[in-house]
Design a binder for this molecule. Structure first.
Ligand code: SF4
Length: 506
């Protein structure tokens, strides 16, 4: 199988950099449906540009590679051990080429393996089948949306929706709740894969498996087809909107499967995927490993450009800021303002925040902009180069953020999905803001980095978790939590909860 490795590297590269046509079509509809001039429309504009940039430059659509998950079908007689070895080698090679971020961390030591290989990483499921060819499907689903997966043991009580019973009406409530609870943290608009039944462990597996269906297919089970259509309509009336900014499009797909269950159990398992829905597949010649066919797309059909306009859709009302920031400039900002930041920015995510609770920062953070981001970086000669650099989910830093702001004088935090009350209080007390970047817009934001000025804590934490010192130009973000006690996230959660209640009896 002398073509197997190159075929697999091509599959990984294409999956990471080029969204499939069904996802592009769904995002195209989202762009058309959103109200022009709103924050959600601006977010969708950036996402569309990002999709184009990733495809043009063969760069990762999002910096978060996620857990690479392969679903492989082999004819009888094919050596699955050989295929497994090739997949692992291809993953490591794609990581070396900057198509995947080193994303595999030892759960005891916290050490990043650097090549996306480790215990049970990548995930590979094998099945045998009667066909002559090998089929390999791949999904890359990042941590932000993975953290919003949810499993319900029915009957149960749900916020704003009341009791969910053991019937399709109960399933409907669970799925609507799953979309609502994700808010912007899973980079909405998203898609849900659902499994009704099975046991806890396999239910999640089967829910993720539904994400291998195309977004525009029709469920062969009439009751489930009807439920999928109803969820699409209702979930888009809740008003979560792109990035949780509030808006018309919250969901781009709902795929429901079912499995038998134990009499005592009734699980509804939901796998939430973000707009950066990276899923592709190939058929391979079983003798040579060469690609005979692409799944989910026609390689002879030209890829349609997504963006309606070049770059960030400016309105002229943007606030231009230069970091480091003064308290006066920050206190003048209000929720809803769009800012364009230039100057120096430091990245910091989970490990950096935990470190700062016990140790002084390696740099002066007074007036600083702290960016929740784990970039994809490559060393070219002596220089580090940013390959992808979108924001990560901020809520993970909620236990630490207030201390970091108050103790070290940070003036602005950039992330996605918003933060909680403790951080909001610290922003007010210290004169700081939370800025929501557009989750997954890794190529868009990588292009705002003029230079990598340095890196701290790299040997300790590895590439995604290190503290990168960047000089940026016109980094666009939206003020979603200000120094006056206002939070767009709290407002949207309250308003969407009320809309969910209105749907309860539909
Ligand atoms: S788009 Fe958002 S949720 Fe999806 S992988 Fe990227 S950062 Fe994670």
């Amino acid at each position: 199988m002398n073509h197997l490795m190159s075929s697999l590297i091509e599959l990984i590269t294409e999956t990471s950099t080029n969204l499939p046509p069904d996802v592009r079509a769904a995002m195209g509809l989202a762009l058309e449906e959103e109200t022009p001039g709103t924050q959600s429309a601006q977010a969708l504009g950036i996402i569309a540009s990002n999709i184009d940039m990733a495809q043009q430059d063969a760069g990762p659509i999002c910096q978060d590679t996620g857990m690479p998950t392969f679903l492989v079908h082999t004819p009888v007689g094919v050596n699955q051990l050989q295929v497994k070895r090739a997949i692992r080698e291809a993953v490591a090679e794609a990581t070396r080429r900057g198509k995947l971020r080193p994303n595999s961390v030892d759960s005891l030591t916290g050490k990043n393996s650097g090549d996306n290989l480790g215990i049970e990483t990548p995930v590979i499921h094998f099945e045998q089948w009667e066909e002559d060819e090998i089929e390999v499907k791949l999904i890359l689903k990042g941590g932000g949306c993975e953290n919003k997966n949810i499993q319900y043991s029915v009957p149960c009580e749900l916020d704003h929706l009341g009791r969910a019973d053991r019937n399709l009406e109960g399933v409907r409530k669970c799925i609507l709740h799953a979309v609502w609870q994700a808010q912007g943290q899973g980079c909405a608009p998203g898609a849900v894969g659902v499994c009704v039944g099975s046991d806890r462990a396999h239910g999640y597996d089967l829910a993720k498996g539904q994400l291998f269906r195309t977004l525009d297919d029709v469920n062969p089970v009439p009751e489930l087809a009807k439920l999928e259509a109803a969820i699409m309509e209702e979930a888009n009336r809740i008003g979560v909107g792109a990035m949780g900014f509030g808006g018309k499009v919250s969901l781009i797909g709902c795929k429901i499967g079912m499995a038998n269950r134990l009499p005592a159990s009734y699980f509804v398992s939901v796998a939430y995927d973000c707009w950066a829905f990276r899923r592709l597949g190939v058929r391979l010649d079983a003798a040579s490993g060469a690609i005979t066919k692409w799944l989910y797309r026609d390689p002879d059909r030209a890829v349609q450009k997504m963006a309606r306009a070049e770059g960030f859709p400016l309105t002229g009302r943007e606030v231009v800021l230069t970091a480091p920031l003064s308290e006066e400039a920050v206190r003048a900002l209000r929720v809803g303002d769009v800012v364009l930041i230039s100057g120096e920015v430091y990245t910091g995510r989970d490990n950096v925040h935990a470190y700062l609770m016990k140790n002084p920062p390696p740099v002066d953070l007074h007036g600083a902009v702290l960016y929740h981001c784990g970039p994809v970086m490559l060393k070219e000669g002596d220089e580090w180069v940013v390959k992808a650099a979108g924001p990560t989910t901020s809520s993970r830093e909620e236990p630490y953020q207030a201390t970091v702001i108050e103790k070290y004088g940070v003036r602005a935090v950039i992330g996605k999905g918003g933060m909680g009350k403790k951080t909001l209080d610290a922003l007010q007390k210290s004169g700081a803001v939370y800025l929501n970047g557009i989750g997954g817009a890794a190529q868009f934001y990588a292009r705002t980095v003029e230079k990598v000025l340095g890196v701290h804590l790299l040997p300790e934490f590895g590439i995604p978790e290190a503290m990168w010192h960047l000089r940026v130009k016109n980094f666009a973000a939206i003020v979603t939590m200000d120094a006056h006690g206002n939070s767009l996230h709290a407002d949207v959660e309250r308003e969407t909860g009320a809309k969910l209640e209105a749907l309860q009896g539909v």
